[in-house]
Write a protein that binds this ligand. Structure first.
Ligand code: SF4
Ligand code: SF4
Ligand code: F3S
Length: 393
C-alpha cells in the first residue's frame, strides 16, 4: 500500500507526478494502455485526457480462500512501472495482505470504506468462496467468506474476480472439491463482474481494466466467462510464435530432444494453447520478458474454467474433444505424415505476423519502465516523448 497516498483533491496525473512520473511518461503509458484496450488512434488522446483528470477512486480488495499468488503477481515487480504504481496509488481502502492495520482495526477499515463509498467502490476479489459446512473453511473476522463477499458486493459499483480461484473456484474446486468452493459469479448475480482469468493472471490485464473502469466508468466488454475481450479474445494457439512449427508438423516429443532445443511446437508434450484464450503471448510475463511457451513449457490452460480437471494430466496431449470444432489430433497426424511442406508455406505468413506483433509489443512494453536508462528517457526511445504521441490540442 502506498506510503504516499493519493489525496482526494489530486487528479491521477497530479498524484503520479508526486511519485516521479513525468507528463511524457504518463501520456505514453495512457497511449500504451489504450492500445491494449483496443482504443482507436483517434480515441487515444481522449483516453489520456480522461485518465489524467480521474479523482481518487475507492477499491476494496477481498482475499478469500486463496494462496496470495494473485496479489504477488499483480503488485510485485522487479522494477517499478507506471501500471504497478497505478494499482499502488489507486486507493486500496481494504486489502488484508497490504494494509498496515490488522485484526479489528482492519475489519473497521472495511466497514468504513463500504459505508463511505457505498454504491461507488470497485470490489476486487481474489480467492474462492467455500460453501460447505456453512463456509467454515475460510473465516475472516469471525464471518464466513460468503457472508463477507455478499455484504461487500451490495455496495460495489462493479466487481473484478481476479484469478482462477475467484473465476471458478480454482484448485480448491478441483475434483472432489472438498470445501465446495465456488467462483464469484456463482455467488453474486446482481452486479457487473469482470473475470481476470489465470493462475495467477497477468498484472497488466488488471491495470488496463482498472484504467477502463476509471475512464469510461464501466467495465470492458467481456466474453461468456466475463473475461475482457481485449485480453482474452484470442486463443494462445492463434498468437503463438511456435505456430509455424505446429503447422509444419515439427513437434517437441520430449523435453530434452532436438525439437525442444529448436523451439518447436509443444503440442505433443501437453500444450493446451489450442483450447486456451489468453493474452500471455502478447502481454508476456516478468516485466514483459518471457512467458511459459517462450521458456519451453507447454501452456496448462490456466485461464480456462476448471482447467485443473479439464486440462489434466498436464503433460498429455490435448484430447480432441476439448477443442470443439477443431479436429486437432487428426490434423497433427495428417500434417506429420504428408503435408509438412505445404503447411510450412501456408503458415509462414502467420509466423511473420505473430513475430511482428511480438516484437512491437516487446518494444512498446519497455516503455512502462520508469527506470529506463537516462539516455533513453532523454531521447524518448524508452519512456516516450510527445513527438510520437497524438496531441490533444
Ligand atoms: Fe493462488 Fe492461482 Fe488462486 Fe491466484 S488463482 S490465488 S495464484 S491459486
Ligand atoms: Fe504454440 Fe502450443 Fe499451439 Fe504449439 S500447440 S503452436 S506451442 S500454442
Ligand atoms: Fe496460463 Fe497458459 Fe499463460 S498456463 S500463464 S495461460 S501460457
Amino acid at each position: 500500500m502506498s506510503a504516499d497516498p493519493w489525496t482526494t483533491d489530486q487528479t491521477l496525473q497530479q498524484h503520479l507526478e508526486t511519485r516521479g512520473v513525468s507528463r511524457r511518461q504518463f501520456l505514453r503509458f495512457a497511449r500504451d494502455i489504450g492500445v491494449l484496450l483496443g482504443v482507436s488512434q483517434m480515441g487515444l488522446p481522449k483516453l489520456a485526457k480522461a485518465l489524467s483528470v480521474v479523482k481518487r477512486p475507492s477499491v476494496v480488495w477481498l482475499q478469500l480462500q486463496e494462496c496470495t499468488g494473485c496479489v504477488e503477481s499483480v503488485l510485485r515487480t522487479n522494477e517499478p512501472t507506471i501500471g504497478n504504481l497505478l494499482l499502488d496509488v489507486v486507493s486500496l481502502d481494504y486489502n488484508h495482505t497490504l494494509m498496515a492495520a490488522s485484526g479489528h482495526a482492519a475489519e473497521e477499515a472495511l466497514q468504513h470504506a463500504m459505508k463511505e463509498n457505498a454504491g461507488e467502490y470497485l470490489l476486487v476479489v481474489s480467492g474462492s468462496i467455500p460453501t460447505k459446512d456453512n463456509g467454515i473453511y475460510t473465516m475472516i473476522g469471525g464471518r464466513s467468506a460468503e457472508t463477507v463477499i455478499r455484504e461487500a458486493a451490495k455496495g460495489a459499483a462493479a466487481i473484478v474476480a481476479l484469478g482462477a480461484c475467484a473465476h471458478f473456484g480454482g484448485v480448491q474446486a478441483a475434483r472432489p472439491n472438498p470445501t465446495e468452493a465456488k467462483g464469484v459469479r456463482e455467488i453474486i448475480r446482481d452486479r457487473p463482474i469482470l473475470t481476470i482469468a489465470g493462475c495467477p493472471p497477468i498484472g497488466d490485464v488488471l491495470t488496463a481494466s482498472v484504467v477502463h473502469w476509471l475512464t469510461f466508468k464501466r467495465l470492458p466488454e467481456s466474453d461468456s466467462e466475463g473475461r475482457p475481450l481485449f485480453a482474452y479474445g484470442k486463443r494462445i494457439h492463434d498468437q503463438c510464435p511456435r505456430r509455424a512449427h505446429f503447422d509444419a508438423g515439427q513437434y517437441v516429443e520430449q523435453f530434452d530432444d532436438e525439437g525442444a532445443k529448436k523451439a518447436w511446437c509443444l503440442y505433443k508434450v501437453g500444450c493446451k494453447g489450442p483450447a486456451t484464450s489468453s493474452p500471455c503471448p502478447i502481454f508476456l510475463w516478468n516485466d514483459q520478458t518471457s512467458w511459459p511457451i517462450g521458456s519451453g513449457h507447454p501452456c496448462l490452460g490456466c485461464t480456462e474454467a476448471h482447467f485443473w480437471d479439464t486440462m489434466t494430466p498436464f503433460y498429455n496431449r490435448l484430447p480432441e474433444a476439448v477443442v470443439a470444432g477443431f479436429p486437432i489430433e487428426h490434423r497433427v497426424d495428417r500434417i506429420g505424415a504428408t503435408l509438412a511442406v505445404a503447411a510450412v508455406a501456408g503458415v509462414s505468413l502467420h509466423a511473420v505476423v505473430t513475430g511482428v506483433q511480438m516484437s512491437r509489443r516487446r518494444a512498446d512494453g519497455s516503455t512502462y519502465l520508469l527506470d529506463a536508462p537516462p539516455e533513453d528517457r532523454a531521447n524518448g526511445t524508452a519512456s516516450g516523448g510527445d513527438d510520437d504521441y497524438p496531441h490533444t490540442h
